[in-house]
Design a binder for this molecule. Structure first.
Ligand SMILES: CC(C)(COP(=O)(O)OP(=O)(O)OC[C@H]1O[C@@H](n2cnc3c(N)ncnc32)[C@H](O)[C@@H]1OP(=O)(O)O)[C@@H](O)C(=O)NCCC(=O)NCCS
Length: 330
């Protein structure tokens, strides 16, 4: 079967830095509470007028430049987001427009924080089955406009940020490959981490009462999510290690979805991973949903944390619930 290599990575975050102290000026919270519970010190928020499409295009251009490719070299765009610029169409087609990609196939993935894992699995399957040679996978998110910045929404508002990351996956003859994938969902917990409104089955999709009740803001049962996240992160990692016949000690790097430093630490402890084996940048960006793994991947590459032949695990858990992992030989 054909092998799948990561030939380029890229990321883009907005310039505007919002610190924990800035949030403490907007709602009843503190730098200490946020740092102790999540490890987050600051996050990026878009400037007025900036769009999800702007972030995605900048990250995608960087990944294509890194791969030495033109936008028209891409056979398939797989774009993961839950904050598309319009109710429909999704942002995949906007990327085709903004980069001038010559009517390329554009597939939107909405698997929340697990979106990039599903995207890599999809890209790999297309390439291995010879339906595509070059796939651009993007994870991009603007959460800041959706947050409830009153005390009512403080549990969510302090955790999330905006950003985009991208990777180019190509058919290749070298050692690099997507070795194994695990993908899961459990819809019974859909309202444990969700944004209820606007919803398609209500006339007008939203009304003033829903807005007054804050039902258009994302909501979360934090403790339940935490408990499930640690369990499912560990299961997904173990599943791809078993499928790939790889020992955890042979992993050069695990890039977990940047949900919460305490979740990352609990997973690292469970697998007895060293700090060198686990990537974290949550202190700078918070949780950027589908963007967090590709941003972290692009930063890890630029920090020299991955070399040819290294074994890498990408792993995520999120709303749905959804969870999964990719085992990759770099
Ligand atoms: C959200 C989370 C940080 C809360 O931490 P926690 O230790 O569980 O905190 P609790 O839920 O026990 O809340 C403790 C108190 O802090 C309060 N609180 C909530 N948000 C706060 C904030 N931003 N600032 C200050 N206090 C806050 C709560 O109201 C609660 O007050 P009470 O005891 O008077 O009721 C934690 O549950 C978590 O990380 N969950 C997973 C979140 C996640 O990763 N989601 C994305 C997955 S993809």
């Amino acid at each position: 079967m054909r092998r799948v290599a990561f030939t380029g990575t890229g990321y883009h975050v907005p310039d505007r830095i919002v610190t924990n102290e800035d949030l403490a000026g907007m709602m009843d919270t503190s730098d200490e509470w946020i740092r102790e519970r999540s490890g987050i010190r600051e996050r990026r928020w878009i400037a007025p007028g900036q769009t999800n499409g702007d972030l995605a295009a900048a990250a995608a251009r960087m990944a294509l430049d890194d791969a030495g490719l033109e936008p028209t070299d891409v056979d398939l765009v797989v774009l993961a987001t839950i904050s598309s610029d319009n109710f429909f169409p999704g942002n995949g087609v906007l990327l085709e427009r903004d980069l001038g990609m010559g009517h390329v196939a554009a597939l939107d993935v909405r698997n929340q924080c697990t979106g990039f894992i599903y995207g890599v699995a999809t890209a790999s399957a297309y390439i291995k089955s010879e339906q595509a040679d070059t796939v651009l996978v993007v994870g991009t998110e603007i959460q800041s406009p959706a947050l409830d910045l009153s005390d009512r929404g403080r549990d969510m508002a302090v955790l999330f940020g905006d950003g985009a990351g991208a990777a180019v996956l190509q058919a290749a003859d070298g050692d690099g490959d997507v070795l194994a994938t695990s993908l899961h969902s459990q819809g019974q917990f859909n309202d444990a981490l969700w944004c209820e409104m606007p919803c398609s089955h209500i006339p007008g999709r939203i009304d003033a009462t829903h807005i007054a009740e804050g039902r258009h803001h994302p909501k979360m049962n934090g403790r339940l999510v935490f408990k499930h996240a640690v369990r499912r992160f560990c299961e997904a990692i173990q599943e791809v290690l078993t499928k790939g016949g790889v020992d955890k000690n042979d992993l050069a790097l695990v890039i977990p979805h940047q949900a919460n430093l305490r979740i990352t630490e609990a997973v690292a402890k469970r697998f007895e991973l060293t700090p060198e084996q686990v990537f974290s940048n949550i202190h700078k960006y918070g949780n950027t949903t589908a963007a967090s793994i590709p941003i972290a991947l692009a930063e890890a590459v630029r920090e020299g944390r991955l070399k040819c032949g290294d074994l890498l695990v990408l792993v995520a858990f999120g709303s749905g619930f959804t969870w999964g992992a990719n085992l990759i030989r770099w």
